[in-house]
Write a protein of this length. Structure first.
Length: 81
């Protein structure tokens, strides 16, 4: 399950006339240290923590997770038909 580095992500119609054109997944940002893609994952997350604070960041993460759960459930419900 899930997606892996190098997987092809398909085009997705997001809604309201918006479309994600698809891409190849690149997980270089998850490596330690800076890369040609920019700051490391740790540097980026620490910057977010410093910008928003731990509680607001936790709230925003909860919103994304709940949205993901609801979207996954909606997809499962449509597949049951």
């Amino acid at each position: 399950r899930g997606i892996w580095d190098g997987d092809l992500l398909p085009e997705v119609i997001i809604g309201n006339g918006e479309t994600f054109s698809g891409t190849t997944l690149n997980l270089n940002l998850m490596q330690l240290g800076e890369s040609e893609s920019g700051q490391s994952w740790l540097s980026r997350t620490l910057e977010l923590r410093d910008q928003y604070g731990p509680f607001k960041l936790a709230y925003l993460e909860a919103m994304v997770r709940v949205s993901d759960w609801l979207g996954s459930k909606k997809g499962d419900d449509q597949n049951d038909k």
